[in-house]
Design a protein around this ligand. Structure first.
Ligand code: NAD
Length: 425
């Protein structure tokens, strides 16, 4: 595929569904959530497993397994990406769907949480096979998806082209063009301005708010970013634009470090030319593990899950950890960082800029009225700043860390919506 996201759950670590349950449980305890409500929100509302045939290049037929899960659609249609990876499991997709419910609730956008995945190795498949697989998978999950029902988006190893195929397949079944069935589409078929940078831009808005809260000056603040893909490279560039000093960045080949800082735009150009950030002139090499522990003010994990655990959390030196990635910190590390007074901006808040601009894309598609990038960025800022302060207020009120506070805000909103709607019949 043209772009691929290498972030995957590390299965040598804990089962993601048990982590999702534990995080939900902590917030539910703090909120003294009614046991009936707790039972409702702890489960996924719909779990669709599909097995479907695809004819491969050699003429043989291979049967693939895929999932589409809707954790909760009380606040609106399901929203969440589709992941193509050999290690996709039902429990991983369930956890990701639950996290989407909380993410959409914490930023107050009118969606529930959903997620999809296909067990496959896209790196071993041709474009033609990927298109066939995508079109058949779309047909299988058409039971659940739709502009008013459940709106997929790109995730690991899927991209704007995949979304174009899904939109086209769904539209062929309907007999008319349904732009709003997916987000993260190319601009030429109803995609949104600003979607590419949205996750990083949203993360940086939360960092600005965190710095205000801590009385930290971002001018000259030392920034370390793990991962130099979509979320990481734009985060580094935006922090540089704000006057931050980017000391280190990394990718799968390793990291680069210069205590005096460097221009991430030049690193980006270097990576485009050479395929990696490693070897960028004027920097020394560090491993990804060393990078996490570098002396800095702001650490932005923007690569994969499970990067900060019990083993390295005691040695984190950053004052702010901004989780542009999903799930980079374990629940055990959360407790260590909180005790060390590290200010953590949790993933469901920090990287919610992506889904927020996806929401803007859906709104534009439904209205057939498209906004300028400046309008999108201004609206994104409004959402991120308000959400950050809602979470901060909750954390102050209940004297809890920012992750627990974000979960409390989100769970409270979904519980309130459920209570207001009532239990059918
Ligand atoms: P991406 O594929 O564009 O970039 C990932 C980067 O991480 C690449 O530079 C890759 O080389 C690097 N990387 C992979 N494995 C690594 C490792 N073991 N150590 C260090 N670096 C490694 O992906 P992305 O879209 O930027 O996503 C990154 C994270 O952000 C993921 O956790 C993703 O779920 C999360 N996220 C992304 C978006 C979005 O809109 N792109 C939205 C919300 C959350």
């Amino acid at each position: 595929m043209a772009t691929s996201k290498s972030a995957v759950i590390d299965h040598t670590q804990r089962d993601p569904w048990s982590i999702a349950q534990e995080q939900f449980g902590i917030a539910a305890d703090r909120l003294h959530l009614d046991p009936n409500m707790r039972a409702i929100l702890a489960e996924c509302q719909r779990e669709l497993t599909v097995h479907f045939p695809v004819r491969m290049a050699d003429g043989a037929v291979k049967v693939f397994t895929g999932y589409r899960i809707q954790h909760n659609t009380t606040r609106g249609p399901g929203k969440g990406g589709i992941r193509y990876h050999p290690s996709v499991t039902l429990n991983e997709v369930k956890a990701l769907a639950m996290w989407m419910t909380w993410k959409c609730a914490v930023v107050g956008i009118p969606y529930g949480g959903a997620k999809g995945g296909v067990v496959c190795d896209p790196k071993m498949m041709s474009q033609q096979q990927l298109e066939t697989l995508t079109r058949r998978y779309t047909t299988e999950i058409a039971l659940l998806i739709g502009p008013e029902r459940d709106i997929p988006a790109p995730d690991v190893n899927t991209n704007a082209q995949t979304m174009a195929w899904i939109m086209d397949t769904y539209s062929m079944h309907q007999g008319y063009t349904a732009l709003a069935v997916v987000t993260g589409k190319p601009l030429s078929i109803g995609g949104s301005e600003g979607r590419n940078e949205a996750t990083a831009r949203g993360a940086v808005y939360t960092i600005i708010e965190a710095a205000k809260h801590l009385g930290m000056d971002l001018e000259g603040a030392r920034v370390v970013v793990q991962g130099f893909g979509n979320a990481g490279s734009f985060s580094a560039k935006l922090m540089h634009e704000l006057g931050g000093k980017v000391l280190a960045v990394s990718d799968t080949s390793g990291g680069i470090f210069n205590p005096k800082g460097f221009d991430p735009n030049k690193v980006d150009a270097y990576k485009r030319e050479t395929g990696s950030v490693v070897g960028f002139p004027g920097t020394e090499r560090v491993t990804n593990a060393e990078l996490i522990e570098l002396d800095c003010d702001i650490l932005i994990p923007a690569a994969i899950e499970n990067q900060i655990g019990e083993h390295n959390a005691p040695r984190i030196k950053a004052k702010i950890v901004a989780e542009a990635a999903n799930g980079p910190t374990s629940p055990e590390a959360d407790r260590i960082l909180f005790d060390k007074d590290v200010f953590l901006i949790p993933d469901i808040l920090c990287n919610a800029g992506g889904v927020t601009v996806s929401y803007f894309e859906w709104v534009q598609d439904l209205q057939n009225l498209f906004w300028r990038e400046a309008t999108i960025n201004a609206r994104l800022k409004e959402v991120m700043v308000k959400s950050f302060n809602d979470v901060l207020d909750m954390s102050k009120k209940h004297k809890v860390d920012m992750r627990t506070a974000a979960y409390m805000v989100a769970v409270h909103r979904v519980a309130e919506a459920t209570l207001t709607r009532g239990i059918y019949p």
